[in-house]
Design a binder for this molecule. Sequence first.
Ligand code: INI
Length: 174
Amino acid sequence: MAANLNSTAPVVITPSAENMKFAIVVSRWNFDITNKLLLAAVNTLKSAGCEEHNIIVKWVPGTFELPLAAQLFAETTDVNAIITLGCVIKGETPHFDFVCQGATQGIMQLQINEAIPVTFGIITTLNEQQALDRAGGKHGNKGEEAALTAIHMVQLANEMTANVLVQTSHTSIS
Ligand code: INI
């Protein structure tokens, strides 16, 4: 299977996710959007060979709750990576900024502190149309992107752990 991780990157080969285990934490806020992210994330993992029983899904109330939910998975389970999915749409107050900032910093801090990949499948937009465009619309699906990224980061972590990291040419992608 091949997929682009972003619009400017060359095509990369997705590693097999056959022996990988993932948690997906997903926010109930803006359910119509986050459910599309979830379906794409699960399909992406399965297409890469991940077995259904190795994909654990947990819903949380809002995007602000995602970092703690991810941390609980990191500390109490044997998953290889955690995929966070949410959707924050800007309203009339600064609430949007606090939710986005809390989730972003919490997730980054978590993956660094716990040394486990925690990917960011959170859509942050000015309106609903922009969110739909990124949940299976004209700008792809952030759930797919977060799942693909998780697979790549687990592969990297596995190479490091097994001490089989292969140095690649500075001009090639693998
Ligand atoms: N949570 C979201 O995931 N998306 C939003 O757009 C949103 N807005 O707009 O308020 C939102 N708020 C809830 C927040 O994530 C927490 O659940 C809440 O503050 C309780 O901690």
